[in-house]
Design a protein around this ligand. Structure first.
Ligand SMILES: *Cc1c(COP(=O)(O)O)cnc(C)c1O
Length: 397
C-alpha cells in the first residue's frame, strides 16, 4: 500500500473479538487508563506472561499508543515502533538499543541537532559511551574512521540542520554493516514520505513526532522505528524504563499523521517555489535547499529523495547582515511564525545563532559554515503567494 493510504488507515478499527458490545470505533479513541482488566484472571495471567497479546498496564502498552506505533512502523516498513515522550527520548532509546550488545562507541555526524550533541556529551559520555565525529557527507572519511576503530553504532541525520546536507545513507549503511556497527538515523527533516531509512539498510530510524508527523505544533513526541533484530531490545527497554508517549499525545499524533503525506507534499512544493524566489532576491546572498541543482550533495539527493519532494526546509543568508539586521527582518514577518520548531502547518522561521546553535562558540559556528546572516525557514501549507509577499515586505528593497 502507498503512504497516503497507510497514513489514513493504519492502526485504526482493530476489532477486539472479545468485546461483547459488538461495535468498533471508526478512529482509535483515547484510552486514558493506567491498567486493564479481563473477565477472568486466567487471561490476565496469560497477558502478563506474554502468552497472549493484550493490555494490562500502561507502561507496558496502551491501545492508543499501540495504534500509533503500528502506523509509524507501517509508514517506514519497520518491524515495529516505539512512541516516546519526545524526539530526544526516542534518540536516547535508539542509541541504548543499538549499543546493548556492541562496543560502547559511536561514530557520529559532526552536523547534528544541538540537543543530540548534548545527549552524547552530557548524558552518554559520563556513562562511558564515547563518541567520535566525522563529516558524514565525506564517504571516504566515514570508511576510514570505521576501519580505524571498532564502533558500536553510526549516528547521522538524513538531512542536516541548518545547512541541509545529505549523506549517502545507503552506502553508509553498507559500510556500517561490514564494520559490525548499527546505523541509527534521525529522519525528522526528511520524514517517511521522502526517505525510509530501514529500506536503505539502517537499523533504527528516529523522528521527533513534534515536527512533520504530528504537524500542528501541539504535540511533543518522538519515535524509534526498529528492524526485526533490534525490536525486542527496544520493546523490553521501554517496558522497564517507561519512556512512552501518553494516550492524549498519541491520539493527536495519529490524527496528524492522517494528513501528513498531503501536508508534506504541499510543504515541499512551497519550499521549491520560495527557494527559487529567494535565490533571485537582491537582499539574499545565498540559499541552501535540497532541490538546488548546484547543491553539494546533488548526486546523493537525486538517488535518495523522490523527484519533486526535496524537503520543506530552506535556509538562507541575508546579504551583509549581522544580528541586528536579522532581528529586524524577523520582527517584520507577519505570516511566517518566529518559532523554534519546524514541520507545522504554518511556516516557521528560526535564527540558528540564537536558537539551535547558540551554545557554540563563533569559531565552532564558522567551522560548520553557520554564519551570523543565516536563517532557517520551514515552509507550511499556506498559499505560497502569501508567504512570498510576507518575506518580500520583511526583506525590503
Ligand atoms: C526537534 C528535533 C529533535 C528533538 O525532538 P524533540 O521532540 O524536541 O525532543 C531531534 N532531531 C531533530 C532533527 C529535530 O528537529
Amino acid at each position: 500500500m502507498k503512504m497516503e493510504t497507510k497514513a489514513v488507515h493504519a492502526g485504526d478499527r482493530q476489532a477486539d473479538p472479545n468485546n461483547p458490545s459488538g461495535f468498533v470505533p471508526v478512529t482509535t479513541p483515547i484510552f486514558a487508563s493506567a491498567s486493564f482488566l479481563y473477565a477472568d484472571t486466567a487471561r490476565l495471567d496469560r497477558v502478563l506472561g506474554h502468552e497472549e497479546e493484550g493490555f494490562c498496564y500502561a507502561r507496558y502498552q496502551n491501545p492508543t499508543r499501540a495504534a500509533l506505533e503500528q502506523t509509524l512502523a507501517e509508514l517506514e516498513n519497520g518491524a515495529g515502533a516505539l512512541a516516546c515522550s519526545s524526539g530526544m527520548m526516542a534518540m536516547q532509546m535508539a542509541l541504548l538499543t543499538a549499543l546493548t550488545d556492541r562496543r560502547k562507541t559511536i561514530l557520529a555526524a559532526s552536523a547534528l541537532y544541538g540537543a543530540t550533541l548534548n545527549l552524547l556529551a552530557k548524558v552518554l559520555e559520563p556513562l562511558g559511551i564515547e563518541t567520535d565525529f566525522v563529516d558524514i557527507c565525506d564517504l571516504a572519511a566515514v570508511r576510514a574512521k570505521l576501519a580505524a576503530r571498532s564502533y558500536g553504532c553510526v549516528l547521522m541525520e538524513t538531512i542536516s540542520n541548518p545547512l541541509l546536507r545529505v549523506g549517502a545513507l545507503d552506502s553508509i549503511a553498507e559500510a556500517a554493516r561490514e564494520a559490525g556497527a548499527a546505523l541509527v538515523v534521525d529522519n525528522t527533516f526528511a520524514s517517511p514520505l521522502l526517505v525510509r531509512p530501514l529500506e536503505l539498510g539502517a537499523n533504527l530510524s528516529v523522528h521527533s513526532l513534534t515536527k512533520f508527523l504530528s504537524g500542528h505544533g501541539d504535540v511533543l513526541g518522538g519515535t524509534v522505528i526498529a528492524d526485526a533484530a533490534h525490536l525486542p531490545v527496544l520493546a523490553s527497554m521501554s517496558r522497564i524504563s517507561g519512556p512512552a508517549l501518553g494516550p492524549f499525545e498519541s491520539y493527536l499524533t495519529m490524527r496528524g499523521i492522517k494528513t501528513f503525506p498531503l501536508r508534506m507534499e504541499r510543504q515541499c512544493a512551497n519550499a521549491c517555489r520560495v527557494a527559487a524566489w529567494l535565490a533571485a532576491h537582491p537582499r539574499v546572498a545565498r540559499v541552501h535547499y535540497c532541490g538546488d541543482p548546484a547543491h553539494p550533495d546533488a548526486d546523493v539527493i537525486g538517488r535518495l529523495l523522490p523527484e519533486g519532494l526535496r524537503g520543506a526546509l530552506v535556509s538562507f543568508e541575508l546579504r551583509d547582515a549581522g544580528k541586528p539586521e536579522v532581528f529586524a527582518f524577523m520582527d517584520k514577518l507577519r505570516v511566517v511564525v518566529r518559532g523554534t520548531s519546524l514541520g507545522d502547518v504554518h511556516s516557521l522561521i528560526l535564527y540558528p545563532l540564537i536558537a539551535s546553535h547558540r551554545d557554540l562558540s563563533p569559531r565552532q559556528r564558522a567551522r560548520l559554515g553557520i554564519h551570523d546572516s543565516l536563517v532557517r525557514l520551514c515552509l507550511g501549507i499556506e498559499a505560497p503567494e502569501d508567504i512570498i509577499a510576507d518575506l518580500d515586505q520583511a526583506l525590503g528593497a
